[in-house]
Write a protein that binds this ligand. Structure first.
Ligand SMILES: Cc1cc2nc3c(=O)[nH]c(=O)nc-3n(C[C@H](O)[C@H](O)[C@H](O)COP(=O)(O)OP(=O)(O)OC[C@H]3O[C@@H](n4cnc5c(N)ncnc54)[C@H](O)[C@@H]3O)c2cc1C
Length: 342
């Protein structure tokens, strides 16, 4: 088969670009010697959550668009390939800290301006049962946040790509336009002498509770941790953020994450840890996604720098890179270009 686009890297960025390209009729081959979701994308957390609604910038606008297109995008992935990404727009609760009510209410007003009718950010009384502990009795509830299961979402994307005639291979030569979505390993290669970014290790755990939260329970953000009830009744908690690390495996820092999560969310007491997981996030120098032409390498493109929000950004990243590669249309926002990290 002749190939229009080769995508190097079968993580969430590579698969999202490949999916956006096959949907537009391109002949696509994804190449990854380690297989689908073997890198940072093979995890278990899957918070698709917005930044705070203030100091608006290109990154937040891009993220808002990506989060709001996610529901339809993942539904099409599931319908095409038959896999289940575990997507649910179930919202998020965060405790309001002592003295934090005025800021929380100000953010509610800002969100009303910036988010329009896409979603709300409201301050309300904490619900009984599935809630973070809150000293004020108040929580912030946003209706933009969603969750998915990262590893399964990647498998579902791979199924959808194959169902539309795309190929996924361990090895193959470059053919057509080449998109490098190679995660933390790729950041050093792109930088040529000075890395375009660094790996940042993260660790997370998957818990099983005697009383599973309801299937549509909101995710929680408390004690700087994501607590994500998945569609199958398990609950993910994470994550660490480690610039300095000796190895990429889970270690004792994860025990601390679990202990902090249990302290912040009473419903987690006594939960069984069913999986411990660690991955290396690709953090570009700009801290933003790195999208666009590889400078000085005609026909080669980059989709990298997902860092902590790669899954939230993925639908929009896929479409913007497909715009560039297939249609020559440049919708990459300022601050997201490859040059911004060189
Ligand atoms: C603990 C943890 C929790 C996280 N939680 C969230 C969250 O809640 N929400 C969220 O949105 N994001 C989250 N993230 C971040 C998210 O996982 C990353 O942003 C995302 O996975 C990055 O995807 P990627 O495709 O760029 O990289 P990767 O998934 O690392 O994929 C890169 C792929 O490229 C392949 N590769 C490398 N070199 C080559 C080559 N030369 N040729 C071919 N293939 C190659 C690798 O084998 C790998 O499979 C979390 C990350 C961690 C570690």
């Amino acid at each position: 088969m002749s190939i229009d686009v080769t995508v190097r890297g079968a993580g969430i960025f590579g698969l999202s670009v490949a999916w956006a390209c096959v949907r537009r009729g391109a002949r696509v081959r994804v190449v990854d010697p380690r297989g689908v979701a073997a890198g940072a994308s093979g995890g278990i957390v899957g918070a698709l959550a917005p930044h705070v609604p203030e100091r608006w910038n290109a990154k937040k606008a891009f993220q808002l668009e990506s989060l709001s297109m996610a529901e339809g995008w993942w539904a099409e992935v599931a319908a095409t390939g038959g896999g289940d990404p575990g997507y649910g727009r179930t919202g998020r609760l965060q405790p309001v800290a002592e003295g934090g009510e005025a800021l929380a209410r100000a953010r509610a007003a800002t969100a009303a301006d910036l988010w329009g009718d896409v979603a709300t950010w409201a301050v309300e009384d904490a619900p009984a049962g599935w809630s973070p502990a809150t000293p004020t009795g108040l929580v912030i509830r946003d209706t933009l946040s969603a969750r998915l299961h990262p590893r399964r979402a990647c498998a579902a994307l791979a199924d959808a790509i194959r169902a539309r005639g795309g190929a996924i291979a361990a090895e193959a030569p470059d053919a057509g336009a080449v998109v490098h979505a190679t995660g933390w390993r790729g950041l050093a290669e792109i930088g040529a002498g000075r890395p375009a970014g660094v790996p940042v290790k993260g660790q997370a755990a998957l818990l099983r509770l005697a009383d599973a939260p309801p299937r549509d329970a909101p995710q929680l953000f408390a004690a700087a941790l994501h607590v994500i009830p998945h569609a199958d009744g398990t609950v993910a908690v994470g994550s660490t953020s480690e610039r300095d690390f000796d190895h990429g495996e889970p270690d004792a820092q994860l025990d601390d994450v679990v202990a902090r999560a249990v302290a912040a969310v009473p419903a987690l007491a006594g939960a069984e840890v069913v999986e411990r997981w660690a991955g290396l996030r690709p953090r570009a120098r700009s801290r933003a996604p790195m999208l666009g032409a590889w400078p000085g390498r005609a026909g080669h493109w980059v989709a990298n720098g997902g860092f902590k929000i790669g899954f939230g950004m993925a639908p929009k990243v896929g479409e913007v890179v497909a715009d560039l590669v297939l249609e020559g249309r440049d919708a990459v926002p300022d601050g997201f270009r490859v040059e911004d990290s060189l």
